[in-house]
Design a protein around this ligand. Structure first.
Ligand code: ATP
Ligand code: MG
Length: 343
């Protein structure tokens, strides 16, 4: 029989974001919402990382942006309900064990395998790297494997673009364990419901992204939100109100599908739009109301936390302390398994 004092080790959640800007509604549905739910279930030990080193892989010349965005991302976390009492929030660059693990894992991955990673491929195109891909960027999936395995992360709530990273991490774990002995844990991704894992940008671009300037930020004020919604991509052939409109690929409806809980109403709007007689301005006004209802409490909480930035940094420092304890322990196990414990 288990005694009442048994400390059961809870499964670890590991996830994070790059501090390349403020977080947007894509992050919210793609990952943040699920994280908060898992955190509040009390069944897990969540570690949430602000990936500043990964952000530098394609922003090496703009460290100021990373520094500024670190504060923004921390505020976004607190605003959506990530609670430092329940989740360990930490900063990648402050955990030296991660870089060391990355170095060992790089030897377990081939260049050809990295070249096949579809997310990295797409991002290289998006960022117009052509032949000048920073080596650190090219290998960031390996560094991500270090981040996940350092905490023995079992559950990784992320958007769809992260599936190839998880696959690559699992391969590294299997190679490592096969060669050096059973130390690392294979992670599983937790993905959003179908259609919500990669929400499109305001411009209709396949992915809302803080680096593409096509995002609705969690911190946008009401006027900015209204202006962005009004400028959204709809159906370019829906010129007159009476014209029949297309719902597929129409970003306003994509967002309504995700954010409007009244599904019957969304269906009615779609039918009306398809038949003709429903103007873009009307559906956009409705979307604004729906989004604003979601974002108002987040915006308010964010403003409160923003009043005490030093407290936010104290919280991060504490998180880093705990993260270092765990990551150093894993690194010691890794080095021992590899026979690198000489003294
Ligand atoms: P960057 O352009 O700098 O890469 P990003 O917007 O892609 O920024 P990340 O920090 O790379 O954001 O991703 C953080 C998390 O948010 C990941 O789990 C990712 O899958 C998820 N995510 C990012 N963009 C979207 C989106 N448009 N829809 C759903 N999930 C998303
Ligand atoms: Mg990204």
């Amino acid at each position: 029989m288990k005694g009442s004092f048994t400390m059961e080790k809870k499964p670890v959640i590991l996830t994070g974001d790059r501090p390349t800007g403020k977080l947007h509604i894509g992050h919210y549905v793609g990952s943040l919402r699920e994280r908060v739910k898992l955190q509040n279930s009390g069944k897990y030990d969540p570690f949430i990382m602000i990936a500043d080193q990964q952000a530098l892989t394609d922003n090496a010349r703009d460290p100021e942006k990373i520094r500024r965005s670190l504060t923004e991302v921390a505020l976004d976390y607190l605003a959506v309900g990530i609670d430092p009492q329940k989740s360990t929030i930490f900063v990648q660059s402050q955990i030296p064990a991660l870089a060391e693990l990355n170095l060992y894992y790089l030897n377990l991955v081939t260049v050809a395998r990295l070249q096949r990673n579809p997310t990295v491929k797409a991002e290289i195109q998006q960022k117009n790297f052509n032949q000048s891909i920073p080596a650190g960027f090219f290998t960031y999936p390996v560094s991500q494997a270090a981040d996940i395995t350092a905490f023995k992360g079992q559950i990784v709530p992320v958007g769809d673009d992260q599936e190839p990273m998880l696959e690559q991490t699992r391969e590294i774990v299997r190679s490592f364990n096969r060669i050096y002995g059973d130390v690392l844990v294979e992670p599983q991704g937790v993905f959003p419901p179908k259609g919500q894992g990669r929400i499109p940008g305001l411009d209709g671009n396949a992915k809302m992204s803080k680096s593409l300037g096509n995002a609705i930020y969690l911190s946008d004020d009401e006027d900015t939100l209204k202006q962005k919604v009004m400028s959204m991509y709809t159906d370019p052939n829906h010129i007159h109100v009476d014209d029949p409109g297309q719902v597929e690929g129409n970003v306003v409806f994509t967002y309504l599908d995700i954010f409007d809980d009244d599904k019957d109403r969304v269906q009615e709007l779609k039918d009306h739009y398809r038949a003709g007689g429903l103007g873009d301005v009307k559906i956009k006004r409705h979307l604004f109301d729906v989004l604003n209802e979601h974002l108002t409490p987040i915006r308010q909480r964010r403003a409160e936390f923003a009043q005490d930035i030093p407290a936010v940094y104290d919280m991060l420092a504490l998180g880093c302390e705990r993260a270092n304890l765990v990551a150093n322990q894993t690194l010691a196990e890794v080095k021992a398994a590899m026979g690198l414990n000489y003294f």
